[in-house]
Structures are given as structure tokens and as C-alpha cells.
Design a protein around this ligand. Structure first.
Ligand SMILES: C[S@@+](CC[C@H](N)C(=O)[O-])C[C@H]1O[C@@H](n2cnc3c(N)ncnc32)[C@H](O)[C@@H]1O
Length: 259
């Protein structure tokens, strides 16, 4: 899908600069806004639109007039509770100082929770195959400052654009502690995040054996899958399902310490 970069409706020096940088970083064309609505730009340019707004980057996939932008979402409240009780931390066995690979970064909420727990001595790498989403989230992780308790954890996350399986393939064996995957659900659930505008554009690819095998090769402690509670991927790929009563999603774990 083609994407163009433009500025806010009323551009200024800052939005011009931000747009020029995004266009150069992503090797995308810059198109002057000329006071056009997003809908009009979608039609005239036949492209998704990345807007350099005053405080942030906003992404409008074609047909969407609500933007996708970076926000810590669920990590904002998950990191206010004892982090060792967070279900992802509990099931993965992640510990301070560990390396966590998030194969499906999305909004980075899970990566932020992991980064808060692994701490300054740890490492969190987030893979995201949608290049524009990866960029919007990477910039947000660098710039967002409205929640000071998350700042350090966000700044530490390393974003790598690309398919997780290709990124894992380039990593040495047993070079991470936990490898995590949270592919798009095949069943739509009610979501309280600003991910909705991105849903049609995000990578909807599902787990396959190569991805699972690469994850097992790289992980020392565990490979963790998050999926809809009706998903059969847990059993299909050998994850032991951790049932969470009354929730729409479950985690599954492959224990890599016993193989
Ligand atoms: C359900 S969201 C992940 C949400 C994320 N766990 C969070 O906390 O915000 C899935 C994301 O992974 C991306 N994705 C899906 N398959 C991928 C793959 N094979 N490699 C890299 N990214 C992938 C999608 O584009 C989407 O942004």
C-alpha cells in the first residue's frame, strides 16, 4: 500500500521539519497539505497518509478518518500494579536483566510492561512488520513524555521494522530469554485502544511452524503466545495453555528450559 507524508492542516516550522524527517527516514514522498481534508488526500493521492501533527505523528490508512498515533494504552495502568502479577510477566518467567523479544510490537503496550520489568540491565526488542506503524511507535517511544513513570522503560525499547521470522533468523541461538508473539486475532473483539484505525492495515499473518521453530531456537526460557481463547494455535503449535477465566484471550507457553 502506497503511503504519503504530509503536515498538519495548519503547518508550521515544526510540522514541516517533522514531515521532512519522516519522509526521509521512511523513503516516502512528501506531499503538500494545501488545506485538504484527510478524506480528500486519500482520494486524490490514492494512498495512506502519515501526518506530522504538532505534537506527534498520526497515521490514517485509506478509508479511516480517525488517526492511529502512539499512546502507552494498557501499559499505563498495568505498570501501576505490582508488575510481577502482570499475566504476561507471570507466564513468561521474565526476570530483571533479561532479554525479551516482542515479535509483534503493535502499540508496544506489552513491550513497555516487559521493559519496566527487565529494567536498565535488560533488553527489549520489538519487531513490527508494518513499516509506518513501526516508525510511528518508535518515534512515540522516543518522544512521549506525558507519563513519567514509563519514560525510561519506553526509551529502552529497540524497534526493528520487519517480519519477526526474518529478524529471529538473524539472531544467534539462545540469545534471548523470552520470545513473545501476539498476532492479530482472527475474531474481532471490542477494543478500548486507539489501535482500531490501524486494524485493516496491520499485518494479519498468523503463526506458522517456521516462526515457532525460530522462536524456540532463540529463546532460553520461554516462547509465549497470546491468542483469542477460541484459537487452536495453542494446541497446534505445542503451547501449554494458561487459561484466564472470563477473559477474551489466553496465553500459551513453550518451556524452553526443558528441551
Ligand atoms: C495484536 S497487535 C500486537 C499488540 C501488542 N502486543 C501491543 O501490546 O500493543 C499485532 C501487531 O503485530 C504486527 N505483526 C503481525 N505479524 C507480524 C510478524 N510476523 N512480524 C512482525 N510484526 C507482525 C501487526 O502489524 C500488529 O501491529
Amino acid at each position: 500500500m502506497k503511503t504519503i507524508v504530509t503536515t498538519a492542516y495548519r503547518p508550521n516550522g515544526k510540522t514541516d521539519e517533522l514531515a521532512a524527517k519522516a519522509a526521509a527516514d521512511l523513503l516516502l514522498p512528501f506531499v503538500s497539505r494545501r488545506k485538504r481534508s484527510i478524506g480528500k488526500i486519500h482520494l486524490e493521492e490514492g494512498a495512506d497518509v502519515l501526518v506530522a501533527a504538532k505534537e506527534r505523528l498520526e497515521f490514517y490508512p485509506q478509508g479511516k478518518t480517525e488517526p492511529f498515533f502512539f499512546h502507552p494504552n494498557s501499559s499505563a495502568f498495568r505498570t501501576k500494579r505490582p508488575i510481577v502479577q502482570d499475566p504476561l510477566i507471570e507466564v513468561s518467567g521474565l526476570a530483571p536483566g533479561d532479554t525479551f523479544i516482542d515479535c509483534t510490537l503493535g502499540m508496544a503496550s506489552d513491550a513497555i510492561v516487559a521493559s519496566m520489568h527487565t529494567g536498565a540491565a535488560g533488553r527489549v526488542i520489538g519487531c513490527e512488520s508494518h513499516a509506518v506503524l513501526a516508525y510511528v511507535v518508535a518515534e512515540g517511544l522516543k518522544e512521549y513524555s506525558a507519563m513519567p513513570h514509563l519514560t525510561e522503560s519506553m526509551r529502552r525499547i529497540e524497534v526493528i521494522p520487519g517480519k519477526a521470522v526474518d529478524i529471529l533468523r538473524n539472531m544467534p541461538g539462545k540469545s534471548a530469554d523470552v520470545v513473545y508473539m501476539d498476532p492479530m486475532f482472527t475474531e474481532t473483539i471490542q477494543e478500548a485502544t486507539n489501535f482500531s484505525p490501524l486494524r485493516p492495515a496491520a499485518d494479519a499473518g498468523q503463526l506458522d511452524w517456521t516462526w515457532v521453530e525460530e522462536a524456540k531456537r532463540v529463546a532460553k526460557k520461554s516462547v509465549v503466545l497470546k491468542a483469542h481463547f477460541r484459537s487452536e494455535d495453542f494446541e497446534r503449535f505445542g503451547f501449554s495453555r494458561r487459561v484466564r477465566p472470563n477473559t477474551k484471550f489466553h496465553y500459551g507457553v513453550i518451556d524452553c528450559t526443558i528441551e
